[in-house]
Design a protein around this ligand. Structure first.
Ligand SMILES: N[C@@H](CCC(=O)N[C@@H](CS)C(=O)NCC(=O)O)C(=O)O
Length: 202
């Protein structure tokens, strides 16, 4: 049985959402993120840096949300969630998968740190403001990419949408996803109507 270590509204949402899309059986071990349970010894034994998500699949322990998703898709042979290997569509899909975590989430995560997660005395206004600016640039890029498109890789829902959908969920929670991004608002409405998203966000 696949075990997903999950904290509410953390990147583990991506893994639960994907498991639902794939119809995989799994169990959730909830980690109280806001109470810093991810920094306690029991969870540090699972992921030494105390970050969410992580999974256990038999003898295998994995962390990094993108790597976990790649692993689960490959293991399930779920070719419908990624374009054909080596095609241009595949390249574009990988671009958005990496963009979601390695670029956009960096600034969104920094906003979360400097508006709510760190103690007030450790928050830095300039860092927060730069992150807000970078987030706006990233959201504008996505807004243009989604012009006339249902999903990031075209008409087919892919892993890129799961990776990015989580970013948009958090951007909305942090007040960054405003009416200035109509394509993103309707895209997120489409994504959040999916039962898998709703399970992950519950
Ligand atoms: N690149 C990692 C980032 C993991 C990460 O930073 N997760 C956040 C929650 S969304 C966390 O655990 N933060 C606590 C910390 O960094 O100490 C991934 O995609 O899994």
């Amino acid at each position: 049985m696949l075990t997903i270590f999950h904290g509410a509204n953390t990147r583990s949402m991506r893994v639960i959402w994907l498991a639902e899309e794939l119809g995989l059986p799994y169990e959730i071990k909830t980690i109280q993120f806001l109470n810093k349970e991810h920094k306690e010894p029991a969870y540090l034994a699972i992921h030494p840096l105390g970050k969410l998500p992580a999974i256990q699949d038999g003898d295998l322990y994995l962390h990094e949300s993108g790597a976990i998703c790649d692993y689960l898709i490959a293991k399930a042979g779920a070719t419908h969630l990624e374009p054909k290997l080596g095609t241009s569509e595949y390249g574009l899909c990988r671009q958005w998968v990496y963009f979601a975590e390695a670029t956009l989430m960096v600034s969104i995560g920094t906003i979360a740190q400097h508006t709510m997660l760190r103690p007030e005395e450790d928050r830095i206004a300039q860092v927060r403001d730069e992150a807000i600016e970078n987030t706006a640039k990233g959201l504008s890029l996505l807004e243009s990419a989604l012009e006339g498109k249902e999903y990031l890789c075209g008409t087919t829902f892919t892993l890129a949408d799961i990776m990015t959908g989580y970013d948009l969920h958090l951007a909305r929670m942090l007040g960054q996803l405003t009416d200035a991004y109509p394509n993103l608002i309707s895209y997120l409405a489409r994504l959040s109507a999916r039962p898998g998203f709703q399970k992950a966000a519950a």
